[in-house]
Ligand binder design. Structure first.
Ligand SMILES: [Zn+2]
Length: 132
């Protein structure tokens, strides 16, 4: 099973970010090396929606350029589900365009939980999030 490694602080930072944007969905990118997240990019959700996210294309492009010029890889894409569910939606599956871990931060019973998924050709499998 694949995994994505991130620090407790990184997870807290992401959770604080998505919580501050709830009830709207929010999103961002995770970059690093060898499955270890080293940098988080918070990207504006152009859709400004509680059920959908569309990354601001300019911010996304700037992040991609930074990742490349710093010799890192795009490891993950995260977004929130402020009212759940804890899994990827049919839209998330249909729109998954990158071979990266999709991290869903879902708020269930007032608590945020993070889960990782790999989406390929319409199939979804779980990716373990290792919080160190
Ligand atoms: Zn989603």
């Amino acid at each position: 099973m694949q995994s994505l490694i991130l620090s407790k602080e990184q997870l807290q930072e992401m959770t604080a970010y998505v919580n501050s944007h709830a009830p709207l969905e929010s999103c961002g990118l995770l970059a690093g090396r060898d499955s270890q997240v080293q940098k988080i990019f918070f990207v504006q959700n152009q859709a400004q929606s509680p059920v959908r996210y569309v990354m601001d294309p300019i911010e996304q492009l700037q992040a991609f350029e930074w990742i490349e010029s710093n010799g890192m890889d795009l490891l993950g894409i995260f977004h929130s589900h402020p009212t759940g569910p804890e899994t990827v939606s049919p839209t998330d599956i249909a729109e998954a365009a990158y071979a990266v871990t999709y991290v869903i931060l879902a708020r269930v019973d007032g608590e945020w939980r993070a889960n990782g998924f790999w989406i390929e050709s319409g199939l979804v499998r779980e990716v373990a999030l290792q919080v160190t």
